[in-house]
Design a protein around this ligand. Sequence first.
Ligand code: GLN
Length: 473
Amino acid sequence: MIDLSTLTIASAREGLKSGAFTSRELTQASIDAIKEKDGVIHAFLEVFDDALGQADEADKQIKAGKDLPLLGIPLALKDNILVKNHRATASSKILEGFVSPTDSTAVRKLQQEGGAVILGRTNCDEFAMGSSTENSAFGPSKNPHDLSRVPGGSSGGSAAAVAGNMVLASLGSDTGGSIRQPAAFCGVVGFKPTYGRISRSGLIAMASSLDQIGPFTKTVTDAELVYEVLRGKDPMDSTTIEDDTYGTGKTFSKVIGVPSAFVEGDGLDPQVKKNFEEAVEKFKGLGYEIKPVDLPSLKYSLAVYYILMPAEVSSNLGRFDGVRYGLHSGGDHGIDDYFKTRAAGFGKEVRRRIILGTYVLSSGYYDAYYGSALKVKDLITKELREAFKEVDFILTPTTPTPAFKFGEKSSPLDMYLADIFTVPANIAGVPSLSIPNQTVPVEGSDLPLGVLLTADLGREDNLFVAGKEFLGE
Ligand code: GLN
């Protein structure tokens, strides 16, 4: 019997290589764990019926002496990452019945360059919009640390799948924090690379200038392993860039900037504050120099995000017209089909953002909202890039509070505040890593918290070094 709770990708690779177990056994262990636990947690929307077949294929390759970085390792994918001949819904009713005709580049790389087994698809907020998975059309996922609380979002299913020991790693997407925030709520590692480092081809778009795919893992070592398979230029995504300097930044000077005024703004939970201060001390103990940094524009990040993101959402989601993909609700004529399909297929939050985005892009308001937000985006980016001339990392908590209860964030605005610390990295396009940092007692549960390390463009290598040191890997 394989105990998934004691394995990481790195140790499972050793087990597979030494013949301690096979990929079929490892994949079956995931399937069994899902059967046992996922009725309650609801991390998965589907376990693929070809998973064991893929595992058998991997076992053949292992026997033949092939050595790929993820060979035989089952991975789960957020349900907005396309897998050929499999369903993908982005947790929306509008993609009912849609079967992907192609693989996303991420999946192709995982399989061909990594040798991974693609296990199934995980629940998320509809079209990745949300911070709790409560916006999924298929019901929320639960936090394995406390079933009355959210796992975070939007990639909450992917986080819960790893934290619940149903799979060793998973992929999510991060537009404003959707990998890092659920990683923190669930006590796992969550990583968003530099914009353009991982191809978005085959990722169902939310806000294209901000979206990035990234991994959820139990260790930073594993996040690095998955990233190294996924990274690279892709002819299918013209925003991908060659990262020639990756791996050359390892002799950094170990200076961490802490933007105290930003961190201690409104709404920081006292336990999070204390936990963060302990993380700062821990880094000091590891030989890092802590420097105060002043980043006065960061406080505008959420405002900028909630203008730019819905603008892109309103445009990207125009393609769901009841003709090309998924759901079709017939009306009296073409335009009526469109209204009927979209009314039946989209949930409340998605509609809210389409309306907001259409508004900020409308000719009367473009300059006042969209145009201004673009200028502030530049300001935030410049400020951060400037800071990285003085420090290697910016350190903040990942979230202002531990995981909240279902239904607790009743207004959309309350929910949006959960992303205060994660959004700046998406706006500036820089890489950012959430690392679990102990748990705090809340109403009888031990809830995980995360700290967020953010680095300059292309410096994911430094993030991995610091993250591993912090976790003692
Ligand atoms: N929670 C944020 C939002 O609702 C971030 C979403 C994401 O990163 N996909 O937009």
